[in-house]
Design a binder for this molecule. Structure first.
Ligand code: COA
Length: 321
């Protein structure tokens, strides 16, 4: 028994910000950003909220799957940029959609979040807890980025993506692996709220995203190919039998290095990061939606999904579309 993706959806803020626009804010250039990251523009919220974007992506996934909101049994939202501490984003999205029969909660595994949420939905279905799930990844990272730090503000974008999954006797997720390395959490971090009450008032350490870019780069190019190999070994599938590798869209150079290490042609690594930047947990579902709506995902085709990011967290799954 597995789960199969029956529909996809996505939503991006209306405003696009080009690399050239960023040269007005920090000492950088279009050439530098393109060459080091592959990013040309990103979408930045000027009013859209994480809840509105995620609800729009979820509505798209339901419509694409031909399902109504009332049919959803589990609603998972992966995010590391909620607007509120409580209630969780998933409950607000549930309300916006009218998915009144769903159990809704959030999951935070940063850029691996969508993948970990998908694996959670798989485990829930396997355990007989539910028969379907709406799984979303959404981020409005622009509010957590230091717009004076050229090392980070050039990388990230806002957006949301979602999939509707259903219990399936055949195909769907064939296997997954996931890992966490909390000892290396310092290389990519951002504080929530500092401890402040009548008895103490501690300052925040990092109000905005802080990153050791080189450390993150070397972590990704070492661990991601290894965990893709791990899931392929587990499922007995060879790299040449995989049609597409849909990876977290952090950086073109990271994806090129991963493809090289796996000895896989870069053409089998679809990318949209040039247009949307790194959207953390929204990256994979937004790209999946673009591929799905472009007719590039064929029933029966084999796809590897892989995510990696803050935590550190990383994982991969193999699925039959
Ligand atoms: N524009 C121009 N110059 C910049 C710059 C920018 N936006 N950002 C950094 N620089 C400068 C640095 O100040 C440094 O200058 P110096 O040599 O005079 O000190 C130089 O470029 C090299 O900086 P460095 O940080 O070593 O660059 P890099 O080649 O490692 O590229 C990243 C930086 C962030 C693009 C790269 O490390 C990376 O992609 N890391 C992974 C980040 C990521 O994907 N994070 C999210 C994971 S989910």
């Amino acid at each position: 028994m597995s789960i199969r993706i029956m529909g996809t959806g996505s939503a991006l803020p209306e405003k696009t910000v080009s690399n050239r626009d960023l040269t007005m804010l920090v000492d950088t250039s279009d050439e530098w950003i393109r060459e080091r990251t592959g990013i040309a523009q990103r979408h930045i919220s000027t009013g859209e909220t994480l809840v509105s974007l995620t609800a729009e992506a979820c509505a798209g996934a339901l419509e694409n799957a031909g399902k109504s909101a009332e049919q959803v049994e589990l609603l998972l939202v992966a995010t590391c940029s909620p607007e509120r501490g409580i209630p969780c984003v998933a409950c607000q999205v549930q309300d916006a959609l009218g998915a009144k029969n769903a159990v809704a909660f959030d999951l935070n595994a940063a850029c691996s979040g969508f993948l970990f949420a998908l694996h959670t939905a798989y485990a829930y279905v396997q355990a007989g807890v539910c028969r379907n799930a709406l799984v979303a990844g959404g981020e409005v990272l622009s509010k957590m980025v230091d717009w004076t730090d050229r090392g980070t503000c050039i990388l990230f974008g806002d957006g949301a993506g979602a999939v509707f999954v259903e219990k399936s006797p055949t195909g769907g997720i064939l296997g997954f692996v996931q890992h966490s390395d909390g000892a290396r959490g310092d290389v990519l971090k951002c504080d929530g709220r500092a401890l402040k009450n009548p008895y103490v008032n501690l300052p925040m350490e990092t109000e905005f995203v802080r990153m050791d870019g080189r450390e993150v780069f070397s972590f990704a190019v070492r661990q991601v190919p290894a965990c893709i190999q791990e899931v392929l070994t587990k499922t007995g599938v060879r790299t040449e039998e995989v049609d597409l590798f849909v990876l977290h869209q952090a950086n073109r150079r990271i994806l090129e290095t991963i493809a090289k290490r796996l000895a896989v042609d870069l053409e089998r690594f679809p990318m949209n990061l040039d247009r949307v930047g790194n959207m953390s947990s929204a990256s994979i579902p937004v790209l999946l939606d673009e591929l799905n709506r472009a007719g590039r995902l064929k029933r029966g085709g084999r796809i590897v999904l892989a995510g990696f990011g803050a935590g550190l967290t990383y994982g991969a799954c193999l699925l039959e579309w």
